[in-house]
Design a protein around this ligand. Structure first.
Ligand SMILES: [Mg+2]
Length: 290
């Protein structure tokens, strides 16, 4: 006879979900009108290109300075997700190396924070040219689905190379708005983990933040999403870990974005019936003080 407590269909991990995140299959995206995508690690595996470029910069540099050797752990601890010059400052601080700030216009050969940042940029472009970059197929499938559903899309990246990366990945013509490190510098917007660059992208899409989703893989980016009034923060676990992403404020966490396609299609079907249209555009649209 069957034993009463046999329940082989219920996966054990469903017993202890993180309190603050939900199952990708159950997530409600019906109110979402825009998706604000981080680039590196969300749309493209550019982290690898960046990691190689930072290593090209700091391996010889730390050697010349007699400091502890540069490792991939340094990338995750001091650099990942931050604006470039902040990454330089953090890494140098970790080795007790002090150099002048310099100017954004410093030559890549200058031994300043800005010179080193510019040297890293040259290393990045050289690495991108040599290795190329291919978008994550599951992310492109998700992008296809959200655009087919009529949602607007933007890229929000700390990198000043976002246009070059989008071009290399064949995604340059897919995004209405790109708020990257160059835009942030020009407009004086603080980078992630502050929410300002995501808020600016929503504004440029013509949407209140409350109907926008933030899609992020880095700690600093999820923090930025959680710090704003966004509709949902989607965490993509590329190595930070589900627990950490949930703790930092991700509402739902996936390994690959195509896990959310059923939710996007369900939201589109709900919206097309018209019944949910009023609910999707509530009167809580946030008015920014002028
Ligand atoms: Mg990222």
């Amino acid at each position: 006879m069957t034993s009463p407590d046999a329940s082989p269909d219920i996966p054990p991990e469903s017993m202890t979900p993180p309190a603050s995140s939900s199952d990708p299959r159950d997530v409600d995206l019906s109110g979402i009108r825009g998706y604000l995508f981080d680039l590196d690690g969300v749309l493209t595996p550019t982290a690898v290109v960046h990691m190689h470029a930072w290593s090209r910069l700091f391996t010889p540099y730390l050697e010349e300075h007699g400091a502890a050797p540069y490792t991939d752990a340094d990338y995750f601890a001091h650099i990942d997700g931050k604006p470039r010059y902040d990454g330089v400052r953090s890494l140098l601080a970790s080795r007790g190396i002090v150099v002048p700030e310099g100017e954004v216009t410093d030559a890549p050969s200058a031994d300043t924070v800005h010179g080193l940042g510019n040297r890293k940029n040259d290393a990045f472009n050289a690495t991108l040219a040599e290795e190329g970059v291919e978008a994550y197929p599951a992310s492109v499938a998700f992008l296809d689905a959200v655009q087919a559903s009529g949602c607007h899309v933007a890229v929000v990246s700390s990198s000043k190379n976002a246009p070059a990366v989008l071009e290399a990945a064949g995604l340059a013509d897919r995004f209405e708005v790109v708020v990257d490190g160059a835009v942030a510098a020009r407009e004086g917007l603080p980078g992630k983990p502050q929410p300002d660059t995501f808020e600016r992208a929503a504004e440029l899409l013509g949407l209140p933040t409350t109907v926008c989703a933030v899609v992020e893989d880095a700690e600093s980016g999820v923090k930025a999403g959680a710090a704003g009034e966004f509709g949902i923060v989607i965490g993509v676990d590329r190595g930070v870990g589900r627990h950490t992403l949930a703790e930092l404020g991700a509402d739902v966490i996936v390994d690959e974005l195509d896990e959310l396609i059923p939710a996007v299609e369900r939201a589109a079907a709900t919206a097309s019936t018209g019944s949910a249209t009023e609910a999707a555009f509530p009167s809580t649209i946030r008015e920014e003080p002028v």
